[in-house]
Design a binder for this molecule. Structure first.
Ligand SMILES: [Zn+2]
Length: 238
């Protein structure tokens, strides 16, 4: 399973929906989520949904095909680019930590890494409380790993509690996470079942590489999360 694949509906994606499905099947995946960046132009979601429906019919025996949009976790509002109707047409929303806000960058210049960790912890907490409408937290530790900032394990306790008790799922990104990050490690280690696999692939080649590079370590860490996320998505589709 891979719950975060970009298609050509993303400005930085190149794969057609059908090519994604074919590659996923070749790699033995049983469920995938096509997740594209939220766009402001109208109609793209309907268009993508039409295409997805046709593929669902064609490949219904072989694979579960879900739809998602990716928004920025750094916004106060979950869906500045999406209206309510659009949100109802997708299976899930991923709120991703894609970049550090400029205000935090300048705070870091004055206060150091602590400013980033404070902001990150608060943002995670807010997302885990479900206030934003998103159901998946994308690239949770990307900002930290990009800046090589480690979070003290004591500081993780509150977040861990919140994550374990939340309705949210948290992405495991092989390309941007690293296994020693305590947050991911704790979630997986405690068998919380809240981590889901997310390659964030932008092309068929990247998807093929992600499938090939999938390790037993990753399988172990996401197995339960993947299974329960799939179950929830299936139930909602009925
Ligand atoms: Zn993405």
């Amino acid at each position: 399973m891979d719950f975060h694949i970009h298609s050509e509906y993303s400005d930085d994606g190149s794969a057609s929906l059908e090519d994604i499905v074919i590659e996923a099947l070749r790699g033995g995946l049983v469920a995938i989520g096509v997740v594209d960046h939220a766009r402001q132009d109208e109609g793209w979601l309907d268009e993508r949904e039409k295409e997805l429906s046709a593929l669902r019919r064609e490949y219904s025996q072989d694979i579960d095909l879900f739809s998602g949009v990716e928004i920025s976790a750094t916004e106060d509002q979950a869906s500045p680019e999406l209206d309510g109707d659009a949100l109802n047409t997708v299976d899930y929303i991923v709120a991703s930590f894609d970049q550090t806000p400029a205000s935090i960058e300048s705070k870091m210049a004055l206060e150091g890494d602590a400013a980033l960790v404070d902001w990150w912890s608060e943002s995670m907490q807010k997302l885990l409380e479900g206030a934003t409408g998103a159901t998946v937290i994308g690239k949770p530790d990307r900002i930290l790993t990009a800046k090589k900032v480690a979070v003290d394990s004591h500081r993780m306790d509150g977040l861990m509690e919140a994550a374990l008790g939340s309705q949210m799922f948290v992405e495991w990104n092989p390309a941007t996470s690293y296994p020693l990050q305590p947050f991911a490690n704790d979630l997986g280690g405690r068998g919380a079942g809240r981590l889901i696999y997310a390659s964030d692939a932008r092309s068929v080649e990247e998807l093929a590489e992600a499938i090939k590079g999938f390790t037993s370590f990753e399988a172990g860490i996401v197995e339960r999360g993947n299974a329960s996320f799939l179950e929830i998505l299936r139930r909602r589709k009925q």
